[in-house]
Design a protein around this ligand. Sequence first.
Ligand SMILES: NC(=O)c1ccc[n+]([C@@H]2O[C@H](COP(=O)([O-])OP(=O)(O)OC[C@H]3O[C@@H](n4cnc5c(N)ncnc54)[C@H](OP(=O)(O)O)[C@@H]3O)[C@@H](O)[C@H]2O)c1
Length: 365
Amino acid sequence: MNELRQASDRAVMTEVVLPGVVEPAGLQIRQRPVPAPGPGQVLLVMEAAGISFAEQQMRRGKYFDQPPFPFTPGYDVVGTVADVGPGGDAALVGRRFAALTKTGGWASHLLVPAADLVEVPAGVDPAEAETLVVNGITATQMLHRVARVRAGQTVLVLGANGGVGSTLVQLARRAGARVIGTASLRHQEAVRELGAVPIDYRTHDLGAEVRKIAPDGVDAVFDHIGGEGIITSFGLLAPGGTLVSYGTASTRDIEGSAKWPVLKVVGRLQLWNALPNGRHAHFFNIWAGKRRAGAFRARLRADLTEVLTLLADGAITPQVAARVPLSRAAEAMTLAESGTVTGKVVLVPDTAGEGDHGGLGESLA
Ligand SMILES: NC(=O)c1ccc[n+]([C@@H]2O[C@H](COP(=O)([O-])OP(=O)(O)OC[C@H]3O[C@@H](n4cnc5c(N)ncnc54)[C@H](OP(=O)(O)O)[C@@H]3O)[C@@H](O)[C@H]2O)c1
C-alpha cells in the first residue's frame, strides 16, 4: 500500500453540501470518512475545483437537469489519484488528472470513474488546469466542432470576460479569427488584453456596435445569454454564419421552470436552422452523445488534452480569478456571482491552518 493510500485511509474528508434553494451563506460544510473506491473507480484527492455558472443556477434550482437536493456541487475538478478500486490500474496512483463531474467536485476527496480521467501535463498548476476543464472543453468543441471557425473569419463572443468566454476568445484568436467580445465596462481592458475588440453591452446597442466593426455581419456568434437577445445574435450573422447558443444566463433570476427557457431557445434555433435563410443555428450541450460512452469519452479526452497541452506550452493564459479554500465555498460563490471577476474562481484544499485563512483578498490569484 502506498503512502497516499495510507493517508487517505486514515482521513476524514470535507465536502460542501447544497441543501436546497439557498443564498451562498446557506452552503453547508460536512465531514465524513474518506470512501473506498469500488470497481472501475479511483479516489481523487482534490487540488482544484471550479465554480461555474452552473452552480449559480443550481443554488436557485434553475439548472436544466440538476439532481434533487441535497447534493455536493462541483462541475469539474483536478486532483491526484490516491487509490484505485479492486482490479484497477495501480499505476494511476500519484498522478494528476482532470475530470468533468457535473456535481461532486466541491470535496476534498471524491470517487470518479477511472475512464473519466484526463491526465494533466507535468508541471501545470492544478488551479490553472482547472480553469480549462469545463470551460476548455466547451470552448474548443463549440469553436472547432460546431462553428468550425477558420482563419480570417470574424466571431462575436458574448460574456468575453467569463470562464467560457475568456477561453473562447483565446482559442478563436489562435485559430486566426478576429474576435469581438462583449463585457461590462469594468472588464473592457481585460477583454482587450485577451485579443478581442471589446463592446460594453450594458451601455451600448450591441447590434449597432457590432455592425460598425463588421458591416456584413459575423461568421459566428457564441451566445450563453439566451432570452430575447438571441434574436439580435442571429440577426448579426453574415450569410453562411453560425449561431452557437449554449445557455440562458439572462433567465437565471427569473422564477419558474429550469427547463422552459432552454427548451424555448432550442425550439427557436431549430426553426431558424430549418428555414432557408443561409445561416445556421445550434444549441451546444457538453453532455450530448453521452449515451455512446466510448465515443463521448474519446472526444472529450482528445479535446481537453489539446487545451491542456496549449496551457502547458504557454499558448493560452489561464484566467484564475481567485483561489479560495474549500471550507470557504460560500465566500467563493459570492465572489463568483459578484460580477467583478475575470475568469474563474477556483476552490483549493484547506491548508493546515484550517479555519484561519485570513481575508479572502489574500487568496486572490
Ligand atoms: N451548454 C453547455 O454545455 C455549457 C457548458 C459550460 C457552460 N455553459 C454556460 O456557459 C455560460 C458561461 O459559464 P461560465 O462558467 O463561463 O460563467 P461566468 O464565468 O460566470 O461568466 C458569465 C459571463 O456572462 C456575463 N453575464 C452574466 N449574466 C449576464 C446577463 N444577464 N447578460 C449579459 N451578460 C451576462 C458576465 O459578464 P459581466 O460580468 O460583464 O456581466 C460573464 O462574463 C453559462 O450560461 C453556462 O451555463 C454551457
